[in-house]
Design a protein around this ligand. Sequence first.
Ligand code: NAI
Ligand code: UGA
Length: 480
Amino acid sequence: MVKICCIGAGYVGGPTMAVIALKCPSIEVVVVDISVNRIAAWNSDQLPIYEPGLDDAVKQCRGKNLFFSTDIEKHVSEADIIFVSVNTPTKTRGLGAGKAADLTYWENAARVIADVSKSDKIVVEKSTVPVKTAEAIEKILTHNSEGINYQILSNPEFLAEGTAMQDLFKPDRVLIGGRETPEGRKAVQALKDVYAHWVPEDRILTTNLWSAELSKLAANAFLAQRISSINAISALCEATGANVFEVAYAVGKDSRIGPKFLTASVGFGGSCFQKDILNLVYISECNGLSVVANYWKQVIQINDYQKNRFVNRVVSSMFNTVSGKKIAVLGFAFKKDTGDTRETPAIDVCKGLLRDNATISIYDPQATEDQIQRDLATNKFDWNHPVHLQPMSPTAVKQVSIAWDAYEAAKAAHGLCILTDWDEFKELDYQRIYDDMQKPAFVFDGRDVVDPEKLRAIGFIVYAIGKPLDSWLKDLPAVA
Ligand SMILES: NC(=O)C1=CN([C@@H]2O[C@H](COP(=O)(O)OP(=O)(O)OC[C@H]3O[C@@H](n4cnc5c(N)ncnc54)[C@H](O)[C@@H]3O)[C@@H](O)[C@H]2O)C=CC1
Ligand SMILES: O=C(O)[C@H]1O[C@H](OP(=O)(O)OP(=O)(O)OC[C@H]2O[C@@H](n3ccc(=O)[nH]c3=O)[C@H](O)[C@@H]2O)[C@H](O)[C@@H](O)[C@@H]1O
């Protein structure tokens, strides 16, 4: 029986291994992690992450050919194929701080592999890493253990949260990079054989190591670039009276452009887009390509601009101050159908409103109170280190409270900001919300959730990103 061990039981390690176990009953899969709590949760009825369809998959194979454990050494030493799916956050200090990837977690994992391996291993980079990481990992492994053959493969993951299970069941492509040697090709074939259990052969692409590593960074950069492009246009739409959703529809109808990833928003969030672009910027700079680096930096600058613009719209609309005013925030997760709040634009928007001394009441169907408070108290870039390495009880921000539903959040509020595209926000009784709010009642829609005209008919003053402005907002500055 082939044995797989995955180091890192997070958003990628958990779902990807559950799908491998489900689709390959003849393979034993063990997911290991340094976090005792996370592993305990994977072994319980309350999985550590919310992802539609994940519970079912885990329940079907846990205890049969899928296991979760903290005994990293045992399972690494027994495995034939080791996936490494640990965090690769942005460095917070030292050389490359604020840009380069912090490979501490990866290096620690590699050192454990080197320490405990007694047989040949295929080591698979599942984490998103800078180009040439495989070379560094190879050095750590070969310099620390004798007589063992390691084949390093790059097999980046392209799943998106909220749709992870369907992305894994039906991937657009699986990408495997390996050394162009007989041993390298054999390792690539071994990993191909795993995916071939359910992925059609023509969707399994093989490349050299560096192409695979770079393709992952490039894919995320291209996706984020589309969002920043449409968000840049959204500002122009507000200035001209065009509607960004009509523009996106018209632009996306061109089959060369396509309709996806053209939804204007308060900004992209999530653990990877910003981190991976910063990484690309850093690699470009390190290779002396400053023009290339500056080009990609713009994608992040537009994203920051969009979040700032939203905050400024809120403050300027509400008579240039939100001091002491209650603002309801609907949605804190970085997108719908996930409880993940990493790099969510809601953090920047809430921090912006808090700087102006607002009082905030937040409702999100999945994000927990503890996580929200932690996010608002954490410095930029510290968030993406494992939760167990972060302060256990960060000081709660006292102007922030968490509500159990949207109506409670909106009660007596002056303004309401929609920051995540949860479907349930479309179905709310906005008349009831209006009746309970202070007047004039403002709605700021950062996610194309509400129909501004319907809300205006109720009496709200509405700002919706990229859509024609209320007469009240027309003369106010978009960016203060
Ligand atoms: N979250 C996502 O949707 C996607 C993430 N990725 C990439 O996958 C990688 C992992 O991301 P996530 O799963 O979101 O991170 P995560 O933070 O959810 O999970 C990483 C896990 O690794 C564990 N860990 C860290 N060092 C360890 C070590 N030495 N030994 C054992 N366990 C260790 C941590 O405790 C944590 O539970 C990152 O490189 C990310 O860029 C790629 C595609 C999608
Ligand atoms: O490397 C990663 O971590 C993953 O990053 C993204 O996946 P994810 O961040 O989970 O979610 P997306 O659906 O890409 O959304 C990212 C952010 O962009 C926003 N977005 C997305 C699409 C759009 O048109 N407009 C827009 O504002 C979302 O609301 C969200 O805040 C990519 O889509 C995945 O392919 C990739 O594997």
